[in-house]
Design a protein around this ligand. Structure first.
Ligand SMILES: Nc1ncnc2c1ncn2[C@@H]1O[C@H](COP(=O)(O)OP(=O)(O)O)[C@@H](O)[C@H]1O
Ligand SMILES: [Mg+2]
Length: 540
């Protein structure tokens, strides 16, 4: 009876793609993503202009920014976008490299799959290769540096920013990045920790990139709440509040039922009394500065001004937290709970005009490790790209301070790994050897793209590089000099990168490639289409 009746396991409308079809579909999608960012790799890489659905424009060369902005549909392509994000979180730099490598690993895998090498063999080979590659980077290719060596740190920061549109001011920005990270790094046990999230980065367009400055303290993108407040407060005692200094409208509506003019007056007096109490409470604990995450009623601002108290409202939560850390203050919810012990302290709080706007500076903080960077630049697009570049540079400097190992850039590390891994592949044996060779081959995609993007002949350069890394006079630091397309010593050209950027890019690229290779069945449920908007819908 049952014979011939198909057993339906999956819901109707579910799409299924199995076996080789599934794999090649995934690989094609992932490679499309890699191809998109490949042309931006390196200092001569091109920028992308991204226009979002609201018409806002972003111009960038930053791999992760590009991938975050584009709306990717395919699941395998999404996985590649995740790689860029992970790389960004871990290292700040190397996002394009990681994605290009993943795409290349998948491309080489396709050849192997065509030769009937099983996906699990390929992934095993890749795993062996990436372990060996990391080992080689740590022991042979990387160079230990002293974290207190400023020149190395500046070179790393400068290399990280090399591909971004900040070329002219790179050296100044690199110095600022190094000073800022130095300021926040601290020794914990036998480790040095540099948490760059502690650095406050603000941007304001106007002026030029070279006006970008390091500020010993915290800069808040807000002006004082009332023109009669003092423009500057010395020996600041700062109250940090995360609730509003207002009277909630609903509280009032619920209660009053006004019948006579007297009652109105009585009500207004009552309100006034509440506002007075708020200001009195602030005054009583000895605060002369108020930083509030929420709103402050105009009347309260007026009374605060009368008491010569400097106040800013609508401050971002993250800024409030940074202020708490910098000034040693405690964020308080209700004004009633405020005590003098909660106040933070700073030598000076003042308002300063930056471009067309005014900002609040909190300097000479109780915690000497607090520092801000105020980015300037001709237009908003410029300041945004400077911010992204600085983010890369800060993270890069932090990882060198924490790890103390750097590798040559300009494709030198990748070529050296490729040469060494090819030799090592023989010791692996079996079919995995083919995968190790494919891995080595994939690494050459980095120098290849760097050269190609600079308009040189990639084949010649690659031959040049391979021979520079082989033989008795091999130089592990030989990479591409983009000034002439020939091989040169990257240490001499000051093109160096943290070990962590390299190892993380290899790990995440390999992981995602392996994950995509292991998928042999795509089961996609039917897309739920949004219900059509009826006559009473919200369409305009
Ligand atoms: N001046 C330079 N000459 C040659 N290569 C460089 C130079 N500056 C940076 N690079 C290389 O460019 C690559 C990084 O390019 P980038 O566009 O920043 O991509 P990613 O997002 O991967 O960091 C690295 O391989 C780095 O070594
Ligand atoms: Mg980079």
């Amino acid at each position: 009876m049952l014979q011939g009746t198909p057993i339906l396991v999956l819901k109707e409308g579910t799409e299924r793609d199995r076996g080789k079809g599934a794999t090649s579909n995934n690989i094609a999608a992932a490679r499309a993503i890699a191809d998109t960012v490949r042309t931006t790799l390196g200092p001569r890489g091109m920028d992308k202009m991204l226009v979002d659905s609201m018409g806002d424009i972003t111009i960038t060369n930053d791999g992760v920014t590009i991938l975050k902005e584009v709306d990717v549909e395919h699941p395998a392509a999404k996985m590649l976008v995740e790689v860029a994000k992970t790389q960004d979180q871990q290292c700040g730099d190397g996002t394009t490299t990681a994605v290009v490598l993943a795409g290349e690993l998948l491309k080489r895998s396709e050849y192997l799959l065509e030769q009937n090498v099983h996906p699990t063999v390929i992934t095993r080979g890749f795993l062996l290769a990436v372990q060996q590659a990391k080992h080689l980077l740590e022991t042979e290719i990387g160079t230990s540096v002293k974290p207190e060596d400023d020149t190395v740190l500046i070179d790393c920061a400068s290399t990280a920013m090399g591909s971004k549109g900040v070329f002219g001011s790179r050296d100044e920005l690199a110095k600022i990045a190094v000073q800022a990270v130095r300021k926040i790094s601290e020794v914990r046990g036998d480790k040095t920790v540099a948490d760059v999230d502690q650095i406050k980065v603000e941007k304001r367009h106007g002026g030029t990139i070279s006006d970008t400055a390091l500020i010993q303290g915290i800069v808040i993108d807000k002006e004082r709440g009332h023109p009669r407040m003092p423009g500057e407060v010395a020996n600041a005692k700062i109250a940090l509040l995360n609730s509003a200094l207002e009277i909630k409208k609903t509280e009032i509506e619920g209660k009053i039922n006004i019948k006579t003019p007297n009652q109105i007056q009585g009500f207004l007096d009552e309100e006034d009394k509440t506002f007075h109490k708020m200001v009195d409470a602030i005054k009583a604990v000895g605060a002369n500065v108020v930083v509030c995450q929420k709103g402050i009623d105009d009347v309260v601002l007026h009374y605060l001004a009368k008491q010569s108290i400097y106040a800013v409202k609508q401050v971002k939560e993250s800024d409030l937290q940074k202020l708490a850390r910098a000034t040693g203050g405690k964020i308080v919810t209700g004004i009633k709970e405020l005590t003098s012990a909660d106040l933070g302290s700073a030598e000076k709080v003042y308002e300063q005009k930056v471009g067309d706007d005014k900002m609040t500076y909190v300097t000479g903080c109780a915690n000497p490790r607090s520092v801000s960077i105020l980015i300037r630049g001709g237009t908003e697009h410029v300041t945004q790209e400077v911010e992204r570049s600085l983010h890369d540079a800060l993270k890069v400097v932090a990882s060198v301070i924490e790890d103390g190992v750097v590798c040559p850039g300009g494709g030198a590390s990748e070529i050296d790994l490729a040469v060494k891994l090819r030799k090592w592949a023989g010791t692996v044996g079996g079919r995995e050897q083919l995968a190790v060779e494919a891995f080595a081959q994939s690494l050459e995609a980095v120098p290849w793209a760097l050269t190609e993007n600079a308009g040189y002949d990639s084949i010649n350069t690659l031959i040049d590089l391979r021979s520079a890394h082989d033989g008795p006079n091999a130089n592990k630091n030989a990479g591409i000099n983009l000034a002439d397309g020939k091989s040169a010593d990257m240490w001499k050209l000051h093109i160096i990168e943290p070990l962590r950027v390299k190892t993380q890019a290899l790990s995440s690229a390999t992981e995602v490639a392996s994950m995509i290779l292991r998928i042999d069945d795509i089961i996609a449920s039917k897309k739920s289409t949004p219900p059509p908007a009826g006559p009473g819908g919200h369409e305009h």
